[in-house]
Design a protein around this ligand. Sequence first.
Ligand SMILES: Nc1ncnc2c1ncn2[C@@H]1O[C@H](COP(=O)(O)OP(=O)(O)OP(=O)(O)O)[C@@H](O)[C@H]1O
Ligand SMILES: NC(=O)c1ccc[n+]([C@@H]2O[C@H](COP(=O)(O)O)[C@@H](O)[C@H]2O)c1
Ligand SMILES: [Zn+2]
Length: 284
Amino acid sequence: MAMEDPDRKTEVVLLACGSFNPITNMHLRLFELAKDYLHETGKYKVIKGIISPVGDAYKKKGLISADHRVTMAKLATNNSDWVEVDDWESSQSEWLETVKVLRHHREKLSSPDPTISLQNALPLTKPGRKRKQEPNRHEPVKKKNQSPDGKNVPQVKLLCGSDVLESFGIPNLWKLEDITEIIQNYGLVCISRAGNNTQKFIYESDILWKYKNNIHLVEEWITNDISSTKIRRALRRGQSIRYLVPDVVRAYIEKNDLYSLESEDRNAGVTLAPLQKNASDSKN
Ligand SMILES: Nc1ncnc2c1ncn2[C@@H]1O[C@H](COP(=O)(O)OP(=O)(O)OP(=O)(O)O)[C@@H](O)[C@H]1O
Ligand SMILES: NC(=O)c1ccc[n+]([C@@H]2O[C@H](COP(=O)(O)O)[C@@H](O)[C@H]2O)c1
Ligand SMILES: [Zn+2]
């Protein structure tokens, strides 16, 4: 690695992918926890957080329309000066692997021209087309991201709860090459979640162990086991969700009567898009 000014902090953009069905206070807390943690290392400066709700084509049971989920996430982040919502992922007609969403956001950050961000098909592991000026062609593009004009661009890291990390172990859900690209070229910030033993999970996985320096595990000391599943359950039962989701989100859910027994039945019996895709890929 080239000489770097040790005082110069690496800029980071945190990207959270998920259903956000609906967004909860805990989703918002993830960003605050991750930012505090990264700042305390003394090495990073978090400049932005992005919430990217999954598209309807994900086909998860009980998933209501992306329109509503995006709107709620926007309402919830209206008063944040650093977390925003991006609907690029949810406006694609097909479900997208998370690595493609990461690529899109890295491209977008490194490209002065916003229209270029539409191309996200190429993995950025090798210095490719728009990366002519990589200083050292044999060095993997990870520590230092550079834009076409050689300027440093922020690192994009995936922000998730430990259940997502542990889902890497579910057969057919994630491709090994995607997991590798995510942790090798982007990095993970993972917030502990009740019931998960993430250290052990990393220890038991060869690939996670290999790149463990790129996985930041954040211990959540003020534990808070809110989940969207519990919010939807409370709503179905006519129970209050006050103080569990932002009040503007609660009002929006009530006004539009979003969650019911019927909505919970959406996609019932349908195979989750990644399982469908990876199962059919492995047959070919
Ligand atoms: N209480 C929590 N602690 C840590 N991470 C969380 C928590 N709640 C949600 N997350 C994380 O937020 C991201 C988005 O998750 P998601 O939209 O699935 O929310 P969820 O609350 O897990 O919803 P559901 O119950 O529908 O699965 C994921 O990375 C998930 O791990
Ligand atoms: N192979 C993959 O890239 C892959 C597999 C499963 C889930 N995911 C993503 O992880 C997130 C999981 O969200 P849920 O926990 O709400 O199911 C979604 O954004 C989804 O797109 C990605
Ligand atoms: Zn979840």
